[in-house]
Design a protein around this ligand. Sequence first.
Ligand code: ADP
Ligand code: MG
Length: 243
Amino acid sequence: KMEDEKEEKVLSNLNELVASIVHEIRNPMTSLKGFLDLLRLNTSDDGEKYFSIIDAEFERLELILEDFLYLSKPPRYVMEEISLVKIVQQIVDLMQPQAIQSNILLMLEHSLVDEYKMIGNEVRLKQLLINVIKNAIEVMPLGGTITITIGYNMDGDIELIVKDEGQGMNEETMNGLFTPFFTTKKQGSGLGLPLVKKVIEEHNGNVRVWSKEGIGTAFTFTIPVDSYKYVMNMPLQESVSLT
Ligand code: ADP
Ligand code: MG
């Protein structure tokens, strides 16, 4: 009990520290952005090329800070009844244009008679999906198919699989995958998959990774169907809706 309390204290201090660091970084960013806009007003012709690069970098910084904040926070949001199929379909629709630009087809396969109802948080699950699909798109520069399958496993739990035809991973990457800041990309933050792991654990589920170099990678998410039972035991719950 004492140990738990100690750990909670350490964690909440850490959350506060992260929040204040993010705040301190955002302040100068805001002022930099302001001066950038001023400069832009006073510059002619080919400065625009550099401005758009700077803009894109600002956006990237903002996304990294957001992931960072999310990672450090305890779960404090509403768990409610959702349809997994609906959520995945929305993300597929959202990301299809981006995929098509890279000659990639996003395919969703599921049984038509089931909505795959579960207890969860829509915003967080969407973040999980976006991060995993984004990674898949990034490893398929020559295009191909990303297949998303929703079904039930032998235990009756929901299983969501995201399979790509990318380069696959070597052992070192497989081992580092979920470690914060681990990345093999020049422009990577290494925060995408740690967030994915956190979200699936918040849903009392787990994630397994299969990968073969030169063939592709598959992420399998398992979510207990009677998750509401577990949800009731979750700390820091704001409210639970069961209907
Ligand atoms: P980032 O995308 O910023 O590098 P992530 O946490 O999303 O950070 O991913 C960590 C690393 O895991 C990636 O840099 C990459 O090496 C590896 N990885 C993730 N998804 C895949 C995938 N679908 N295929 C191959 N490697 C992957
Ligand atoms: Mg990523």
